[in-house]
Design a protein around this ligand. Sequence first.
Ligand code: RUQ
Ligand code: CUA
Length: 631
Amino acid sequence: MSDKNDHIKDLGRRHFLRNSAITGVAGASLAGGFGAGAMMGSRPAEAAANNEHHVGPGELDEYYGFWSGGHSGEVRILGIPSMRELLRIPVFNVDSATGWGITNESKRVLGENAPRNGDTHHPKVSYTDARYDGRYCFINDKLNTRVARIRLDIMRADKIVTIPNVQSIHGLTLQRVPRTERVYAAGEMIIPLGNNVQHMDDPSEYWTMMTCLDADTMEIKWQAIVDGNLDNCDTDYSEKYVAASCYNSSRGMTLPEMMGPERDWTVIFNVPAIEQAIANGESTTVGDSAVPVVDAREQAHSGRNPFALYVPTPRSPHGVNTMPPEGKYCVVSGKLSPTCTVIEWSRVDAWFDGSLDDPRDTVVAEPEVGLGPLHTTFDNRGNAYTSLFLDSQVVKWNVEDAIRAYNGDEVNYIRDRIDVHYNIGHIKASLACSRDVDGKYLAALSKFSKDRFLPVGPMHAENDQLIDISGQQMTLIHDGPTYAEPHDALMIRADQLNPSQTYTRDDPYFAETVAMARADGVDLETANTVIRDGNKVRVYMTSVAPNFGLTEFRVKQGDEVTVVVTNLDNIADVSHGFAMVNHGINFEIHPQQTSSATFIADRPGVHWYYCSWFCHALHMEMSGRMLVEPA
Ligand code: RUQ
Ligand code: CUA
């Protein structure tokens, strides 16, 4: 224990690293608050408070955390405050342990020929009345321009949609009230409309779009073409607006071109106006996609743009976060500007209804917070917390005081700063995207762990830190090393989720496999049989620890074999696996689940299959033989 504390209290080392990061942007001007921050950063922030937050063996956590898995392509569930990793949910990737990407059921979700990797950034859990309802988690794939929906009863993706007409989905957010009916997906990269090769060499013809999906069907409702590009996004607490940051308002192709302007913007889409226009038939389509598209670019409208409000925002802004619990303000974090821009949603109403003229008049504060502000989160006491990538700090500031300062009052809105290790990206406080915001914990996702953990070669762990924000001062209470590369996280209360302990036999996840069995005249719960259909062979078997219903089956070389296993065990946690040696087949079969996989039996001889999830004292013996007769 004392060893660990000595290790993390080695402040000299952290100071060295933080100061060297600042040197990189020497010359940037910073207002008051920063000096105080440097001072506060030197207090021993890692509390002896560890005990208070300790979750002992056998104790359950207070919150579920949903973490994106970045370019691992998955989503992870952590327990908070222990930061124990509870589950990895494979989404866009192939998972050796569960057979995701290998089973027929997962291939139906993924698409047969879809890419088997991805880059997950922004997990969002569905809402009813701006409170988490525990139904779905939505996640974007920046790499292959997709959006997935994960069922939170079984923790498996049930829909994956490729978004047409855009490249790279980055920002992802959800409608909050009356419930999540819409999912918003922000296209980041700009391309010619329809990727028309005629415009390949003319970047002035490159554009991107905001996409709106129906959360229930996962069909695409509409797209809106915008000026600039789209980065992060968030909705208000009505059903009206979605706001997105734009870091490439100049539509540059190179870094210097993208960094050009002092101000880019926040674009705010008027959803009812867009949907009304589509209902009136005032939309077009692009390329071969049938999705209705509206034009929200300024050039398309001679008067006031009915679809989008562009609020000038300094500079290359990044995070967009609506403040709970009422959703009065939206905070856009400045990245290359040491400021956050606070937009008041009611003034957005005023701009769209014509009672406000200057888009900048929707801005009610622009506090200077520190270097490299990326994302902002909130407590339930009127404070915002912004991640500072370059300062390697979290800064706590008061929103109403920042508004007073913007109006000319002499007031210090900075409340506290804490060092994080190192170079933080996303930040999220418990329940901070919902009405139930409770101001207890804050997850700080740091991009570099440097010296925080034992070295494991050139690839270092990331460092997800947990900060207690319940008091005046923030207290660091945990480091959590994490595998490449979570981008974002959210925490919901344990009682807001009610995951299934076993499958039910009528689960739609394997309904098509059940229908296939029915067409073969097979009752999955009793039959252990082989059906031949030309050179297609379907092998149906049950599993009950420690036995497969079939200990051998016989096929011919070249047959396409589909093995379907139904786990009749009904006790939570008695899972089996089906692994066919030398055939790359392995999948999970949890209690009451049916799973299947298809492969070619291309080599004559004896091929063993075995159970791959340790299920019983005789688990090793839970096996059988596939006998392949030569052609
Ligand atoms: S982004 S580190 Cu993909 Cu959410 Cu900001
Ligand atoms: Cu069944 Cu191991």
